[in-house]
Design a protein around this ligand. Sequence first.
Ligand code: CIR
Length: 257
Amino acid sequence: MIAFVRDVPDSFANALCAEAPEIAIDVAAARRQHAAYRAALGVATIVVPADDALPDCCFIEDTAVVAAGAAVITRPGAPSRRPETAAVARALAQHVEIHAMEAPATLDGGDCMRVGSTIFVGRSARTNAAGIARLAEVFGPRGVHVVPVDLPADVLHLKCVCAPLGDDRITLVEGFPALPGVSIVRVPAAESYAANVLAIEDRVLVSSGFPRTRDALEAAGLRVATLETTEFRKADGALTCLSILVDTYLGAPASGS
Ligand code: CIR
């Protein structure tokens, strides 16, 4: 497993947010939280340098969807974020096959949740039908099924309400309809922000301050580690947004061959 991350830019306090935070983003604190996140990943990490012209660039997840040895470089739904993709594509090209996405398609990686050989994709204000169709065009022939999921207008991304936990398990906020073919660990609606966990290796990283979610995950037999994400939350970001995970086992020759 390799994790791609992108540094926090000096301009991060200007990142997009649905509602202006009561207390402005503290860029130095964001950088400390980002450093702790990188350390907690516990896998080889490739760091794409920040671009101060792109305040949201640390939310690297939105710029590419990787599965089955291929990456679709997205066309993010927010126009200000579209220039983020070039540097990420260059970094990913060393490791996976690169596929582009053209207008009018839009898609944010935060709308994509891979569970086994399925990618659930949120239909959202950021991700349109043409974006979903492009994903299916690239991944379908690679044996990965793309399953659209309608999202309420007030949900930014699919992974604001759910996230993979490994195998066929996911988190899912209470009240959100079940997805087909997965088993679910419910996250209390009052802690919905914490549904965006990052499962990596044998651990699940969870935002700190959400004890009921932590308890639910531990009760499900998962090993939990908590991380501060307060500064990313102010810009509508959480744990999965800060990395792109590339499974380096894919494409390896079968043993004995
Ligand atoms: C945005 O509005 O695009 C960023 N401020 C937050 C993106 C969060 N990304 C994610 O959940 N994958």
